[in-house]
Design a protein around this ligand. Structure first.
Ligand SMILES: Cc1cc2nc3c(=O)[nH]c(=O)nc-3n(C[C@H](O)[C@H](O)[C@H](O)COP(=O)(O)OP(=O)(O)OC[C@H]3O[C@@H](n4cnc5c(N)ncnc54)[C@H](O)[C@@H]3O)c2cc1C
Length: 488
């Protein structure tokens, strides 16, 4: 084992009381600058709320940039249907033209990213995923926050909340300048881990029902000087070695048998980036660890880098096209797929996903399959929606039980372990973020709690901001936005 700190009998100490700097009083505070936080901050600012975003790192993007999680997964309908056990491909090789089911902030962000040369637009050729460049992602995100009028603070880690009865009123941040406090009428938890909701005492779930295990963590990395033509030629000669974006099964088995490689998954998974001589590798796996446990996180960083070293060596020695390739960059932090799922007024189920269920209070839509990297084993379970279908995410999944003044967005919204594996992807996180932002802005303007805002008004604001909520407008009575939308 590595010489990592892991106290066996941790003693709890009482800490000295302290003071903090009150840095701002705003309408909407967004904690976390990942895809959900970006959507939330822009959604709130577009609804004319004074909005502050706070992020623990010195840049925006969350998993997309800090963990090099690439590409943005598809938000398009798929026109063929299959269920594959042990297939780690996230891109169906046999699907036909798809229609996007998300728009709003995501659509504008993608347009800007493509125009800046930082992404390839989603088409049949890309499998409807969006390969992007993480540096241009960071810059584009920053520019969009500036233009929306969002104020922000970097290098500030949220460590606690201040409540008045059941309502979150302020968040405490640890910074190099000492503790900083920000007051807000409504706070949006876009930390991915539900840190704020947890601090406020909201109920949550962790892991799968049978044993509490979560999906593994993965350290992503990029290989530069990759010769795509040589690789493609090899695959053409050995079609049994590759499917879609993953494979090399035989080469892997040989390397495992010779003792050269120890791989925690069945195959290697590559994604293209906007740069032709580069690939993104999604192939390390650290299992039975928790992304909200500092001791596990430290171990996972150590273990995943050892795995990466072996994989890079294997690619360079044995895989045509990688002979001259080098490890260009790894994530500045390991990618964490799954932690707390905050329990909301509705909990999305696998049945909702697979039956493409629709809800009257829809605020975002998703086409992405259930995609569970085995918490214990080497495979991945992929279960798709019916062809051409999407499911709705209701506003109630963003409203935590028992806590006021707070919304959740992104991967910590309310759903089961299985469902989380679908709605966690970045385009959907951005869309639930935008919805949380719109709801928070309306609540702050009308001095309401988020759960008291009529869902029709949130939908109207989202439609005004360009969101795609399928055909809800045509199903509404002309005056329905005036009706009192009590929580369903
Ligand atoms: C290895 C891996 C591969 C994946 N593959 C894909 C893929 O190919 N395509 C895809 O679309 N999705 C993929 N996903 C899923 C996707 O990356 C995440 O689910 C998505 O980023 C969730 O967005 P989010 O904004 O909710 O959270 P995050 O992206 O995790 O962002 C949370 C933000 O909050 C900040 N933060 C956290 N805690 C605090 C705190 N206490 N104080 C202040 N700031 C804080 C973080 O620094 C971060 O910036 C993958 C995930 C992983 C881990």
């Amino acid at each position: 084992m590595p010489p990592l700190l892991r106290p066996d009998h941790a003693a709890m100490l009482v800490l000295p009381p302290r003071q903090g700097t009150l840095a701002a009083t705003c309408d909407v505070l967004v904690v976390g600058g990942g895809p959900a936080g970006l959507g939330a901050a822009i959604g709130a600012a577009q609804a004319e709320a004074r909005t502050v975003l706070v992020e623990r790192y010195g840049f925006l993007g969350g998993n997309a940039t800090a963990s090099l999680v690439m590409p943005l997964m598809s938000f398009h309908t798929q026109h063929t249907h299959r269920e594959i056990k042990g297939d780690t491909s996230l891109v169906p090789t046999d699907h036909g033209p798809g229609d996007p089911v998300l728009a709003g902030v995501l659509a504008v962000f993608l347009k800007r990213l493509v125009e800046a040369g930082g992404a390839i637009a989603p088409t049949l050729q890309t499998g409807y995923v969006v390969p992007f460049d993480p540096e241009i992602f960071k810059l584009t995100a920053l520019e969009m926050l500036d233009e929306a009028g969002v104020e922000y603070l970097f290098h500030a880690f949220a460590s606690g909340v201040i409540k008045d009865a059941d309502a979150v009123t302020s968040v405490i941040f640890e910074t190099k300048s000492g503790p900083v406090v920000i007051r807000a009428k409504v706070t949006i938890d876009a930390t991915g881990d539900g840190d704020i909701a947890f601090g406020a005492g909201a109920p949550y779930e962790l892991g799968r029902a049978e044993d509490g295990l979560v999906q593994p963590m993965t350290l992503m990395f990029r290989m530069g000087d990759f010769e795509k033509e040589r690789f493609d030629h090899f695959i053409k000669e050995h079609p049994d070695q590759w499917r879609g974006v993953h494979g090399l099964w035989k080469l892997i088995q040989e390397a495992i048998q010779s003792g050269e490689l120890k791989l925690e998954r069945d195959d290697l998974l590559f994604f293209a980036t906007p740069h032709p001589d580069e690939v993104s590798v999604n192939s390390t796996r650290v299992k039975k660890v928790s992304g909200i446990d500092v001791w596990d996180l430290s171990y996972a960083e150590w273990e995943s880098r050892r795995q990466m070293k072996q994989i890079v060596r294997f690619l360079r020695r044995h895989v045509p096209g990688f002979e001259k390739a080098y490890n260009l960059q790894s994530g500045s932090t390991i990618g964490v797929r799954e932690t707390r799922r905050i329990m909301g007024e509705y909990r999305l189920t696998a049945d909702d996903v697979l039956s493409a269920r629709k809800f009257p209070d829809v605020i975002a839509r998703c086409t992405y399959p259930l995609d569970i990297h085995d918490p214990k084993g080497t495979g991945t379970l992929l279960q798709r929606l019916p062809p051409g279908e999407s499911y709705d995410i209701p506003l109630r999944c963003l409203i935590p039980k028992g806590v006021e003044g707070l919304l959740v967005a992104g991967r910590c919204i309310s759903g089961t372990h299985e469902t989380h594996s679908s709605y966690r992807v970045m385009p959907v996180a951005m869309a639930t973020g935008q919805a949380a932002g719109a709801c928070a802005a309306l609540a702050s303007r009308r001095e309401l709690q988020p759960r008291q805002v009529p869902w029709q008004e949130v939908q109207n604001e989202l439609l005004r901001q360009g969101a795609d909520l399928r055909d809800i407008r045509s199903q509404r009575m002309p005056d329905s936005s005036a009706s009192k939308g009590a929580p369903l």
